[in-house]
Design a protein around this ligand. Sequence first.
Ligand code: PBG
Length: 349
Amino acid sequence: MSTQSLPKPPLEAAPVSGADAADSLLLAHRPRRLRRTGGLRRMVRETVLTVDDLIYPLFVMEGEGQRQAIPSMPGCDRFTLDLLLQEVQEVSQLGIGAIALFPLIPHHLKDNAGTESYNPDGLIPRAVRAIKAALPNVVVITDIALDPYSSAGHDGIVQDGTILNDETVAVLVKQALAHAEAGADMVAPSDMMDGRVGAIRQALDAAGWIDVGILAYSAKYASAYYGPFRDALESAPQFGDKKTYQMDAANAREALKEVDLDIAEGADMVMVKPALAYLDIIARLKQHTHLPIAAYNVSGEYAMIKAAAQRGWIDEAAVVLETLTSMKRAGADIILTYFAKDVARQLRP
Ligand code: PBG
């Protein structure tokens, strides 16, 4: 192949005018023109991350006046209810409009049926009531699943080593009702039992909670990225893994099936979780549904960035913005992220 007909590339700095310009390549398009200045780049930017996109996950525990660090999630703490209120106040002042709550349940309250999960005076209902009383405008989303309440650390009731589906759904329904009663704006089933979205929707409607929404963890994968979260809640499975209910990491079409079912059953928003290793799933769902899509930038994704940044190996702030922007670019409308406060500070004008 001959390259003789190609014009000779200029070896020196680009000519700006006059006779030198004759040495320039004759190009119909020079994409670099639109990258030349910050103003131009801003003008043609396709994806803009804003604080409105963010949901901040928070860990709540029993007691008073305490916040406990979570070693595998540096910068995230568990809060007793009194201090949680201060934290939510701060989160809200940073412009973050929504939080997702997760409870650390004392081990003596855990059992196989997850009974504590639907205690109307349990930790989450008390937290929701307190937050709604103090900061009514904050959108409060609660997790619906048995794992923090399960002595086996599973998202459902265990019998002979298997996770019972329909019996578990009956408990999830009670949990959702307790959270709605407490004032949750949305409930977020993260358990991956079949039929739970429909059962919860019907029960909420029958009880008069027609305006309580469902954020369905629709495409939730059996992922090794949840490790630090399970440290935070002391909720790691006591035997086996979650592969009989959470999805196989290798599957994409199955995500569409799960989303279709959740939409048919009444989900208001659907979620992909984790986010970073599943950007293709987010992009496919975007083509597939008109519902808002949430991406969960999970604990392991957070821990990886924090660990590398602590060693001085990456620029944390830049990597965080780039990572979250990639989720939005892929099609996420909403991002649950432990970086929400940091990002809100960074984006502040
Ligand atoms: C519970 C639940 C998990 C997460 C959110 N809800 C853990 C799990 O399914 O084992 C993980 C969140 C994270 O890793 O940040 N069903």
